[in-house]
Write a protein of this length. Sequence first.
Length: 336
Amino acid sequence: MGRYILRRVVAMPFILLGIVTVAFFFSRVVGDPIASIVGFKALRDPEVVKAAEEKWGLNGSILEQYVRYLSNLLQGDFGTSFTTRRPVLDDVIDRFPATVELTVVAMLVGGIGGVGLGVLAAARKGRVTDWSIRMFALVGASVPVFWTGLILLSVFYARLGWLPGPGRLGGRTDPPPDRTGLYTLDALLAGDMELFREALLHLVLPGFVLGWALIGGIARTVRATVLDEVHADYVRTARAKGVREQSVFVGHVLRNAMLPVLTLLGLSFASLLTGAALVETVFSWNGIGNYAVDATRSLDFPAVYGTAILGGLVFLVVNLITDITYSVADPRVRLT
């Protein structure tokens, strides 16, 4: 186990280097960001353009810029955003907690809902309940999340007024004292239950939209694995020994059926942390996804590189934790 973890950790910097390299050279194919920096009118002035290129490190050949960026990166300098004029690392640190908070809620919705519905569908195989759950899961996994978000906003916010609209808080509400960056947790730490309630209500719609997309895959996986495990030899043996049906299901069937779900949950968590851009855009959620979209629109190269590095690091760390958790849950698995 120790050697496996060490090998994975040692390989991470080289994988991140590959991610940075691909992001760097592919972004340069898209276009020149100098127009978004100085404005289209100033493009006619060569002196302004030259000064801007020197200031933002866009002078010299692409290879020279690449070497310069890597040199700064090794010193902990992720560059300065062309748009916000702030260090990219500061922007990422400020925005990341918002995405984490949304992802945790989505994982709770998708994990609990997916496992519960998957088990219920397996228990009611071939019945109306089974078909209804499978249809609900299929719709959640198939419908684009931005469309679902817009429909739910239109119904529950604009028409019914049951839930708040976009944003992490209302327009007239000040955020809680910044301790963790998670508004719900910071509100609890501050003892402000009204602010906690408001922050939690703002999480309902975006959290459900992301969670519903997860329910589809998790429910179908749980249903299939439960049905497979029910007919396994060890289950028949347990029943023949007189073990209660509830103990057989919970202690044997459900326990083994959850093993594939661990991998699915780990990959889903990493995907949500780095790929919730559409939902964050629809709900004006000030997270990493929204930040990446704005950076791509404005050709903000340092911000694009920063989010690419963060995304790669999240995937590597979460995948490592998932592999370790899987090996602990199933002693038959050996990490090599």
